[in-house]
Design a protein around this ligand. Structure first.
Ligand SMILES: [Zn+2]
Length: 286
């Protein structure tokens, strides 16, 4: 599902392409799309409003309206927001069409049908976002924050990084790449990480998410930007879905195992479970 870099790319596209446009009519095409308010209220409050802004919080895409309401979208695995008509796909995957002034249309398509939408006023939006952890690019996120938040936890590091209350925006693709860069086994217990390892983890989070944004997201299967173009960061992945292929660092074989219920890709040599890989590598660099 779209993670921070993909939602960030869509948000920037919306800022350039549709902010300032009036929504003449909203058309809901899938009964399970609207979680709040009622479908009737959703359509009525969106129709006639102007799109006044677009922003991202964690993996939420927030379309701000001139009425003070915000359209909050959680794009799931197949979720796409497209300004070009999706001609090649069955129309049944369309969940929402926003008819904009001037004859343009914004299509929300999701062949998995898991994408959900809410229309929230300012108070409801604040409440909805209040439990999310810091943004990786925000001032309140640092190696020290990670160490303080997690060094007392005995849980495995990978599920902790996927917990949106700990840090916002990281999902199953970027987390594997992050742990690879930080030389950390995905099953390492958080309370065993050293100070240098927290630093390495923080640097790896920033490095991977910045690169993902620069490459306009990762298209493993279904992700597209607003103009239906794939991202490019899939060309830079080292471990995600590379199981059976050689590790670019050591030449060993990348493996795939379930960690915290999620398919997980890592190099057992560069990311040993006993935790000495990172220390050894850092020492060899010095
Ligand atoms: Zn390796």
């Amino acid at each position: 599902m779209p993670e921070l870099p993909e939602v960030e790319t869509i948000k920037e596209d919306l800022r350039g392409l549709v902010v300032g446009s009036k929504i003449e009519r909203a058309e809901v095409l899938h009964g399970s799309l609207v979680e709040h308010p009622t479908e009737e209220g959703f359509v009525r409050r969106i129709s006639g409003a102007e799109i006044s802004g677009a922003r991202r919080r964690a993996k939420h895409l927030i379309v701000e309206l001139s009425t003070g309401d915000s359209l909050v979208l959680q794009l799931k695995i197949g979720g796409q927001l497209l300004l070009v008509p999706p001609v090649e796909e069955p129309t049944s995957s369309l969940m929402l069409v926003l008819h904009l002034e001037g004859g343009r249309r914004l299509f929300l398509r999701d062949q998995t049908e898991f994408t959900r939408a809410r229309l929230l006023d300012a108070g409801e939006l604040e409440e909805r976002l209040s439990s999310l952890g810091p943004e990786p690019f925000g001032e309140d996120f640092s190696a020290e924050y990670l160490r303080r938040a997690l060094s007392g936890r005995r849980a495995q590091i990978k599920p902790l990084l996927l917990d949106q209350k700990v840090v916002s925006g990281i999902g199953n693709i970027y987390v594997d790449e992050i742990l690879y860069d930080a030389w950390l086994h995905p099953r390492r217990k958080a309370n065993t990480l050293s100070g240098r390892e927290w630093e390495a983890l923080y640097e790896a989070i920033l490095k991977n998410l910045v690169a993902g944004v620069e490459h306009r997201g990762t298209t493993v299967r279904l992700y597209r930007d607003v103009l239906d173009r794939p991202g490019e960061h899939q060309n830079y992945l080292r471990v995600f879905e590379k199981h059976g292929e050689p590790c670019p660092g050591c030449g060993g074989i990348i493996v795939r195992e379930k960690v915290g219920g999620r398919p997980t890709h890592f190099c057992p040599a560069c990311q040993p479970e006993d935790g000495f890989g990172g220390e050894r590598q850092l020492e060899s660099l010095w």
